[in-house]
Design a protein around this ligand. Structure first.
Ligand code: FES
Ligand SMILES: [Fe+2]
Length: 370
């Protein structure tokens, strides 16, 4: 079930953020990629052209011809090679190797196969085309790439849905909005979720997620397993199975939030990513899967409807926030409700410096009202 939300027009864009290269980001839904068709996308300010070859393999090229810079997407793709519109150079799109320069004659020694267009590792996972964006200027990528992020699933059979929304703010605001616990009763007021009247004090336990082996590249933190908020109707519904419910929420660099709810052999799992489209805009993608109420008809439509409404409320708030951010106001992060945001900024800086430092030395308990 697809539920693409309102695309933003030439909306406002807030200040830029520093970007984390050297990682996988979802570019678009893989089913948009059809043999012989080229689809444009943008990740971290890099223009991309994606497509699917006749053999089913998907590719992501930098959408610029290495000859004179015209977008390759202006040219042709026959299912095997991408041909530039300007002088007809042809490229194998997965590796970017040039396979033909039509203007060459027998008198020239230039070997076209020594020339490469930009091509990025591209993998299909959970219905997304994930693209690995290397540090600029690091040349072609080797084989030792980190694994492609994946939504955890706990049974063979499950249903799934996804949502997408463009946000007119930079990736940092998108991410801290995602982990912000205090906006729920205000932004997400609804009879089936929670209302201002239901605000009460919460105590949540966090622990560091270290990634020492990789100098902290996928560091993060976990909101430890606990019984979820008693004040939200969907969670009450889950109680019908009569077994204890646990949820964990993990944040993992650079931009991923995993939420897992388990109740006996029933489960719900979601992966939310906030992806920088440009340094000052981002996009939120949610992919969810579950086996709860597997046999209840319409559950996918119902879940997508509520999920879409939820994401739209966040999106609307960030559109309004972006109007304010244009004026570069000073901002605040308070304890304890904004503590996860502080950890995010510390983790991000550690990753950008490659220091492997972690802001949490052990378990931490936070208190807030929401
Ligand atoms: S600009 Fe692409 S072939 Fe010349
Ligand atoms: Fe929200």
């Amino acid at each position: 079930m697809v539920n693409d939300l309102v695309q933003l027009g030439a909306g406002v864009a807030g200040p830029p953020a520093e970007l984390i290269f050297g990682d996988w980001y979802p570019a678009l839904r893989a089913r948009e990629l059809r043999v012989g068709k080229m689809t444009k996308a943008m990740l971290l300010g890099v223009p991309l052209v994606l497509g699917r070859k006749k053999d089913g393999e998907i590719f992501a090229m930098r959408d610029l011809c290495p000859h004179r810079g015209i977008p390759l997407s202006a040219g042709w793709f026959d299912g095997e090679t991408v041909q530039c519109k300007y002088h007809g150079w042809r490229f194998e799109p997965c590796g970017g190797q040039c396979v033909e320069i039509p203007s060459l004659t027998q008198f020239e020694t230039l070997d076209p196969t020594k020339i490469y267009a930009g091509a990025y590792p591209c993998e299909e996972r959970d219905g997304y085309a994930w693209v690995y964006l290397p540090e600029p200027g690091t040349g072609r990528v080797g084989d030792a790439l980190p694994p492609v992020p994946e939504l955890p699933k706990f049974s063979q059979r499950f249903r799934s849905a996804h949502l997408v929304a463009d946000l007119p703010c930079n990736v940092d605001h998108g991410i801290i909005g995602l982990m912000d616990p205090a906006h729920g009763p205000f932004v997400h007021q609804a009879w089936w979720w929670r209302s201002r009247a239901s605000i009460h004090e919460k105590e949540k336990h966090f622990e560091p997620l270290n990634d020492h082996e990789n100098s902290g590249r996928n560091s993060g933190f976990r909101m430890s397993a606990h019984a979820p908020s008693g004040n939200s109707a969907p969670y009450k519904l889950l109680g019908v199975y009569g077994e204890p419910i646990t949820t964990t929420i993990d944040f993992v660099l650079p931009n991923r939030r995993y939420e897992t709810i388990r109740c006996g052999d029933k489960w719900f799992s979601s992966l939310t990513t906030v992806t920088p489209v440009t340094p000052s805009t981002c996009r939120i993608d949610v992919i969810a899967a579950w086996n709860i109420f597997y046999s209840v008809p319409f559950v996918t439509s119902i879940a997508t409807f509520f999920g879409a409404r939820f994401v739209r409320q966040d999106q609307q708030t960030m559109i309004e926030q972006a109007e304010g951010l244009r004026f570069h106001p000073g901002l605040m992060l308070i304890d304890d409700a904004d503590k996860p945001a502080k950890w995010y900024f510390a983790l991000k800086q550690a990753r950008l410096k490659g220091s492997g430092e972690h802001p949490l030395s052990g378990p931490v308990t936070l208190h807030w009202r929401s």
